[in-house]
Design a protein around this ligand. Structure first.
Ligand code: GDP
Length: 223
């Protein structure tokens, strides 16, 4: 599902700027620095697809990534030597989901206005995005669910958008703590209406939990 090259195809800062709903979509949300870029890069096996949150410009927008199925030469079928020198255009896969990188939240230096803008964009995006199959809410395994995360889960519950909690940076914990954190987090989300009743523990650094994560996404898309 994730084999093959991925492209950054679109960025939206406002709701009238969303790409058309084509195929299935999965989205990733989490606090700034939770390891969201690293996880998206590990998933797609591309080193710099999702840039780290410290790259200016891409922070307060929804970024859309699609898998390249093949490339088509420009002007195929027509003659003209000039055209054939142009770069081929990518044709995107309809089998792999579009990956949506949501802006990181909870960054301390961000003011109330930015938070309000984030919330509005997210609300607008979630509302009526019929091809959005699931939102993966990333939580730092060392810290667990904080208040800002709880507010996001609340938003997803209210919008009735199916989501799954994924712990990141699992390698930073000892095995016993990994188990404890996974179970404690599950206890916190198990009564939430839109939460998928399973918490995954991952590490982009070691690749732990990645096969399980890929399999979980595969099952969602096959539903
Ligand atoms: P983002 O802001 O959520 O996109 O987070 P990044 O992917 O940029 O990662 C933030 C920081 O966490 C960086 O310093 C990464 O090196 C670190 N990090 C990301 N993933 C892991 C992981 O799996 N294990 C550990 N130990 N650190 C990680």
């Amino acid at each position: 599902l994730f084999e093959g090259p991925w492209d950054f195809v679109w960025a939206s800062t406002k709701i009238d700027d969303l790409p058309p709903m084509v195929g299935q979509e999965i989205a990733f949300a989490g606090r700034s620095n939770v390891g969201k870029s690293s996880l998206i890069n590990a998933l797609t096996r591309r080193n710099a697809l999702a840039r780290t949150s410290h790259t200016p410009g891409r922070t307060q927008q929804l970024n859309f990534f699609r898998q390249v199925e093949h490339e088509e030469p420009v002007g195929a079928g027509s003659q003209g030597s000039k055209r054939s020198r142009e770069k081929p255009v990518p044709v995107y896969s309809l089998h792999a989901p579009t990956i949506v990188d949501m802006p990181g939240y909870g960054y301390a230096a961000v003011g109330k206005e930015k938070v309000a803008a984030w919330t509005r964009l997210i609300h607008d995006y979630l509302r009526g995005r019929a091809n959005l199959m699931r939102v993966y809410v990333l939580i730092d395994a060392r810290h667990g669910i904080k208040d800002v995360d709880g507010a996001v889960l609340e938003t997803l519950d209210k919008a009735a958008v199916s989501y799954q909690v994924v712990l990141t940076k699992g390698d930073a914990l000892k095995p016993a703590d990994q188990t404890f954190m996974t179970e404690a987090t599950f206890d916190e989300i198990k009564r939430r209406p839109a939460a998928f009743p399973e918490v995954l523990l991952t590490s982009s650094e070691t690749g732990a939990g990645m096969p399980e994560f890929r399999a979980a996404i595969g099952r969602v898309l096959a539903e």
